[in-house]
Ligand binder design. Sequence first.
Ligand code: G6P
Ligand code: ZN
Length: 546
Amino acid sequence: MAIQTIATQPIAGQKPGTSGLRKKTAVFSQPHYLENFVQSVFDVVGNEGDPTAQTLVLGGDGRYHNRAAIQTILKMAAAHGYASVLVGRGGILSTPAASCVIRKRGAAGGLILSASHNPGGADGDFGIKYNIAAGGPAPESVTDAVYHRTESITQYRISDAPDIDVDTIGVTQIEGMRVEVIDPVADYAELMARLFDFDAIRKLFAGGFTMRFDGMHAVSGPYAHAILEGMLGAPRGTVINGVPLEDFGGGHPDPNPVNAAELIGLMAQPDAPDFGAASDGDGDRNMIVGRKFDVTPSDSLAVLAANATVAPGYRAGLKGIARSMPTSRAADKVAEALGIACHETPTGWKYFGTLLDAGMATLCGEESYGTGSDHVREKDGVWAVLFWLNLLAASGKSVEEIVTAHWVRFGRHYYSRHDYEGIDAAAANLLMDDLRIKLPALPGASLNGHTVEFADDFSYTDPVDGSTAHKQGVRIIMTDGSRIVFRLSGTGTEGATLRVYFELYEPDAAQQRRPVQQALASLIAAADSVASITTQTGRASPSVIT
Ligand code: G6P
Ligand code: ZN
């Protein structure tokens, strides 16, 4: 075994986006592509301390190319001089489990291999991101430094050791580095058992409560099998599509009503289970479904916040709530009632990290099917499902009863997101630029019956470290409390994706059961009138509506 120094050249475009570096698998499989990025990460974070004393956590969502990438990174970590690497068995670690292990084992950081909810396979996407010692995604200061490093890299170091067996729990060695293959579920399951009332949930299942958890053939399957069917005694078959596959079974592991159509269909049957849930590629997203009743992620955050004290881990109450800007303001109403702050951040879980570290927020959520808390520094799919189970067990009510009672108390925020996927990037940027030009003239204008109160391109100053983020999405807020938000996705790998978010507040309980798209129709028309979406994108309708 020897450490090799390999000459390389910068490869353009290795700039991490909303959540790490994501590219087509074919791009990632090019010679030196992964190596250049990983060496750049090590060069940047290795400067923070003595790598020989440090532990790195390593795992991924099991998608195509995961195993090969794990071997490469192990050999590079050994060459860099890490003291040890903790790697999930089979190269598997969900994103929240990786965050949990980093924190629990005092690691210096972790590398997570995933393109989250993007499809996998040889023709799909691959990705990698670095998480810091606190367990969360690296802040922009780190990802920018890594990107700059990729632009000037000339060599990387790698051990020529043979591949390591990552399928057997235990300890081996590469060069001077200890490699420990860990059970990907154990640390995480132990944390969940401390946060939630497992006895109450066990009784719920023992009493005949039925559930389907759709693992979408992605990483959350093993966690759901072990916790729901193992520790909580849910009958076998509760978890469907629970075996991670390299191509996610050909599916799109993004838990929304469009991609998890199998589950939605099941939940609409007359004999539907009491509760349905799904998670995404790397296990950090969640979708919650009741019998014939979908819960929006924004409502889910608000409901969990309003009822948080039912769970042992949150009995002391919440320090604050945080939501991304496009997420509906349902959580703001709850925060107001609880007398706590609700922070509004740009899209991207990384913006919650400082608030969680500073004790300014306990629960966080995003409209993009992400919910989480200060228990780790990532959003957490299985955690959200367990929180709902705890709530269902404690209340004895159905999902629909819980959510509709919430609306009666706080008002309903009708909410929908329209995505225009894979549109021409130049046209998308032009649409956003045109909108920005219009912003100063909008206040006072009437858009299809809604009078604009305020319009801007969202800017954020982190209240903890003072860092700023600009151009985070155009918000048009109406005097009647409704809102339209326009943003370009930061996670796509082809062309551009325009996201248009609609929100309408309805305090009158008699008006809270209308079909969503119908309730939002006047806002949807207003968005087209102000942004000329159809003309500018060449699309008559969105590709996905959630
Ligand atoms: C990832 C991030 C989330 C973010 C989401 C949507 O899942 O972890 O924090 O909300 O992407 O990003 P996009 O830029 O595609 O709307
Ligand atoms: Zn994800």
